[in-house]
Design a protein around this ligand. Structure first.
Ligand SMILES: *Cc1c(COP(=O)(O)O)cnc(C)c1O
Length: 244
């Protein structure tokens, strides 16, 4: 058994009573590591401390899942080509916080980033998926995107249902034109905390594009949460029993 799974088992052995029992509630687990040695200087660490902390967490959306509005960050990047954007490092969110504040100023819930060539990358802390009218799901692929487990799981469920999946560049132009022409029928964001969030609006400095409302995002969300809560068969063996 991996040290990681072992650490979760040990935490649950002590703190299992903190696992909440209500609908859509969970015990949020946050593993992290940092260099821990008596040394000042710049080099990879020889010794690290690993911690696992937990907190009971309520339903992310109170009163149902609502579509979010997204602000297009044109002046800031979250990650750069060849950088650390693909890793959940301590600084992962730092670069997204100022653009996120800009999103709030523009009355948007979240921010979406482009790469230097104008391709869509992801939100500050969620991956993005486009649903095309022929049923294909397209998600941006690049070494500066954090490849979330939620996206991977949802795409697997969609594949199981017979949807075609593509990981490739999606330019901002393709997104906007696809919505305008009706080729793109749904856009959603995904990540551990919210699982799936439909995107209702994309707003930029000089445009405001309403996004089409579909049903796939919420149906995939329901299937994944059903598996997580043990209400549906775990056919890919994603679950690990901790109290056994
Ligand atoms: C955490 C995170 C995600 C989502 O990853 P999950 O493993 O699905 O929780 C996506 N993008 C960024 C930048 C993230 O930090």
């Amino acid at each position: 058994m991996s040290y990681f799974i072992q650490s979760i088992r040990e935490l649950i052995a002590v703190d299992g009573a903190w696992v909440p029992g209500g609908d859509d509630q969970s015990l949020y687990l946050r593993p992290f590591m940092f260099a821990k040695e008596a040394f000042l200087g710049v080099r990879p660490a020889h010794k690290v401390a690993y911690y696992l902390i937990a907190s009971p967490s309520g339903a992310y959306f109170k009163g149902g899942v609502n579509p979010v509005s997204i602000w297009l960050s044109e002046d800031f990047a979250r990650a750069g080509k060849g950088g650390t954007g693909a890793a959940k490092t301590g600084g992962n969110y730092a670069a997204s916080l100022l653009p996120q504040a800009e999103a709030y100023e523009n009355e948007c819930d979240q921010v979406v980033f482009l790469d230097q060539d104008g391709n869509v990358e992801e939100l500050g802390g969620m991956n993005i998926v486009f649903v095309y009218k022929d049923g294909t799901l397209v998600t941006p692929q690049s070494d500066s995107i954090l490849e979330g487990i939620t996206r991977e799981s949802l795409l697997q469920l969609a594949r199981d249902r017979g949807h075609k999946i593509e990981g490739r560049n999606v330019s901002l132009q393709e997104w906007r034109e696809g919505v305008a022409s009706g080729d793109i029928v749904e856009v959603f964001a995904c990540g551990t905390a919210a699982v799936v969030t439909p995107i209702g609006v994309l707003k930029g400095k000089d445009f405001f594009d309403e996004q089409p409302a579909g049903t796939l995002a919420l149906s995939l969300r329901e299937e994944l949460t059903d598996i997580q809560y043990g209400r549906r068969e775990d056919r890919h063996n994603w679950l690990v029993r901790l109290d056994a």
